[in-house]
Write a protein that binds this ligand. Structure first.
Ligand code: ZN
Length: 278
């Protein structure tokens, strides 16, 4: 349904990255039918299933996006957030709930993490407040460091949507962003800022810009629901990588902040957060 992809999510994409391949050796062996069940659910959600890795309850897709297996099959709230965030009968599909974040001591140089968050804050609509806290228990989103010899620079939890009976549904930021210290220590401040902004984008439901290389477009599914990758209105979606300077390009670990968020990145952030098309 190409013509309907008006609402398409952004920016989704595939993990084109050589720089982001996950180490398959780390994959926990799983039953084949479990894998195919998970893959089928992921395909419905529009994710590329060619490089899925299951580790316990975590499902890694496209290198650096983490979904919870235990939540994958819930009908409500649905794990996959990227859905048209548009106006239905006067009600927004959902709004991103204001959130707090905490930077764990396991991750060095908090200033660089905060710098990435400040960039996001600059383009985030005012009604979504992002606040740093210094007590982990008070945080909605936690940044953590880990060490792994791999080309992955980090990964982020996908958000969830909480449906509220009579009000606007809320999107709840993903619970964590993990940064691979093995690579982080070699990145400069500009590269770190770009990495943080990229991962937090996933935590608020933004997929990779270059998604067309491996994902399925949104198509009608069972019960009239539509599943798949949605693009952001008013963004160019032709070709497999329509916005190559996007901070949300997959496989971009090590890139510098440069010009920062592109115009389309900004559109995606506003659209996914409060549903406004700019
Ligand atoms: Zn990514």
């Amino acid at each position: 349904m190409r013509t309907r992809i008006l609402f398409l999510a952004v920016i989704a994409s595939t993990a084109i990255s050589q720089s982001c391949k996950k180490d398959n050796a780390a994959m926990v062996p799983t039953e084949q039918d479990e894998v195919s069940t998970v893959n089928s659910a992921l395909a419905q959600l529009g994710f590329d299933t060619t490089s899925v890795i299951i580790k316990g309850d975590n499902i890694f897709v496209e290198d650096d996006i983490v979904l919870k297996k235990s939540e994958l099959f819930k009908t409500q709230p649905r794990q996959a957030v990227i859905q048209p965030n548009t106006l239905f009968s006067g009600i927004w599909a959902y709004r991103l709930r204001s959130f707090t974040y905490f930077i764990s001591n396991s991750l060095g140089n908090h200033r660089h993490v905060a710098a990435g968050m400040d960039e996001l804050r600059r383009v985030m609509p005012n009604n979504v407040v992002i606040t740093r806290v210094y007590n982990e228990a008070a945080a909605d989103l936690v940044f953590r460091g880990y060490n792994e010899v791999s080309t992955i620079c980090g990964f982020a939890s996908w958000p969830t949507i909480t449906l509220t009976p009579s009000a606007i549904s809320e999107m709840i930021v993903g619970e964590s962003v993990h940064i691979n210290l093995h690579n982080w220590r070699d990145l400069n401040e500009s590269q770190r800022k770009a990495l943080i902004a990229h991962e937090v984008g996933h935590a608020i439901g933004i997929r990779h810009t270059n998604w067309r290389a491996g994902e399925q477009e949104a198509t009608p599914g069972p019960g009239g629901a539509t599943y798949g990758a949605y693009t952001v209105p008013n963004t160019n979606n032709t070709g497999t990588n329509p916005d190559p300077s996007s901070i949300f390009n997959g496989g971009s670990c090590g890139r510098s902040w440069g010009g920062g968020f592109t115009e389309n990145d900004r559109r995606a952030i506003v659209y996914v957060s409060i549903g406004l098309t700019i």
